[in-house]
Design a protein around this ligand. Structure first.
Ligand code: S3P
Length: 166
């Protein structure tokens, strides 16, 4: 495992993008966001990509964004909720850096993720909960688990940095 790169993984609404920015700032590293990279590359938002081309197309773009970032060191990467669930992506990520799972219970996800279609896979509660449960086994394969359900982002960052140093 290489320690000059960190991947944040976890379900939608776990706080991956927010924590990635704060963690990169603390470490004085770069921050990258897979979803933002895809949106920049495709010049449209994730919802439009799903609508116009479907999920398989999105997953190809997601893999490409991940591969683009492989050479980059000293970087915190916020993944999308599904990135680490794909076995090939998972293998790349686990070899390329420290993978940290931001673990948040489903009840908190529901509070944080609006079921308004902005996230294409967050259409209704039952489907979201099924997806959450289905993905737990994959997230558990991360190198580190952090309880990300409470507390200010700075405390979470403290916890992550302390964990990396020990
Ligand atoms: C997805 C999560 C989203 C985005 C896309 C698919 C997923 O990212 O990549 O809508 O499969 O869980 P966030 O976890 O940042 O919302």
């Amino acid at each position: 495992m290489r320690t000059d790169k960190i991947y944040l993984v976890g379900f939608m609404g776990a706080g991956k993008s927010t924590v990635a920015r704060a963690l990169a700032k603390r470490l004085d590293w770069r921050v990258e966001d897979i979803d933002e990279r895809i949106e920049r590359q495709e010049r449209r938002d994730i919802a439009s990509i799903f609508r116009q081309h479907g999920e398989p197309y999105f997953r190809v773009a997601e893999r490409a964004a991940l591969i683009d970032l492989l050479p980059q060191r000293g970087t915190v990467v916020a993944s999308g909720g599904g990135t680490f669930v794909d076995p090939a992506n998972r293998e790349l990520m686990l070899r390329d850096g420290v993978v940290i799972w931001l673990d948040v219970p489903f009840s908190t996800i529901l509070d944080r993720v609006p079921l308004d279609g902005r996230r294409p896979l967050a259409g209704d509660r039952a489907a979201l909960e099924a997806l959450y449960n289905q993905r737990l086994a994959a997230y558990r394969l991360a190198h580190v688990r952090v309880d990300a359900s409470r507390g200010p982002v700075d405390l979470l960052v403290d916890q992550i940095v302390d964990g990396l140093e020990t």
